[in-house]
Design a protein. Structure first.
Lengths: 114, 110
């Protein structure tokens, strides 16, 4: 079974721009969660989607948004990029019927904002 | 409010010895706990988990211990190998959400 895939793997943007990241979950998984990792901050939860609906949300500003498609693929969008948005963005999928289950991560997208 | 804490940012252990990684939590509603391992430039990899109804779970060289009264979780790796050098994250589940600690960087010294 193929693992979680994320595209692109690396991205350089400038302040004020917007960015869209993509995640394809493991086949059959219906839940997709997004995390931001920065040095010293661990994995900060952004949001979780299940069956095209946002099921859980972390404490990030509204500039961070996401969506999920009928095939469970998910996208995350960050608008009006700030320097502090430079981070590794990780997507994880799980079977999804109950949140908080074991999640399987993709390789991440490293975003650099200049 | 950091509900899941890994108070040691780094740990060095001699190859062949036991590595013990610790994690403390504050939320008594957590009912499922996990450990992940992360290499640079890769996503975290699931290692082992434990339900709150157990106090120990073992998988090969990896054993996770849960002390609910102390709200403490630990991961034991024995014997430690050079390939175990990575950042380890503990995570806890409550209200259908996973909360991660900040990670401990484990270095195995040959």
């Amino acid at each position: 079974k193929a693992g979680v895939t994320q595209t692109p793997r690396y991205l350089i943007k400038t302040r004020g721009q917007q960015v869209t990241l993509s995640c394809s979950p493991i086949s059959g998984h219906r839940s997709v969660s997004w995390y931001q990792q920065t040095p010293g901050q661990g994995l900060q939860f952004l949001f979780e989607y299940f069956s095209e609906t946002q099921r859980n949300k972390g404490n990030f500003p509204g500039r961070f948004s996401g969506r999920q498609f009928s095939n469970s693929r998910s996208e995350m969008n960050v608008s009006t990029l700030e320097l502090g948005d430079s981070a590794l963005y990780l997507c994880a999928s799980s079977g999804g019927d109950r949140g908080g289950e074991t999640q399987y991560f993709g390789p991440g997208t490293r975003l650099l904002v200049l | 409010d950091q509900q899941v804490k890994q108070n040691s940012p780094s740990l060095s252990v001699q190859e062949g010895r036991i590595s013990i990684l610790n994690c403390d939590y504050t939320n008594s509603m957590f009912d499922y706990f996990l450990w992940y391992k992360k290499y640079p430039a890769e996503g975290p990899t699931f290692l082992i988990s434990i339900s709150s109804i157990k106090d120990k779970n073992e998988d090969g060289r990896f054993t996770v211990f849960l002390n609910k009264s102390a709200k403490h979780l630990s991961l034991h790796i024995v014997p430690s190998q050079p390939g175990d050098s990575a950042v380890y994250f503990c995570a806890a589940s409550a209200n259908e959400k996973l909360t991660f600690g900040t990670g401990t960087r484990l270095t195995i010294i040959p």
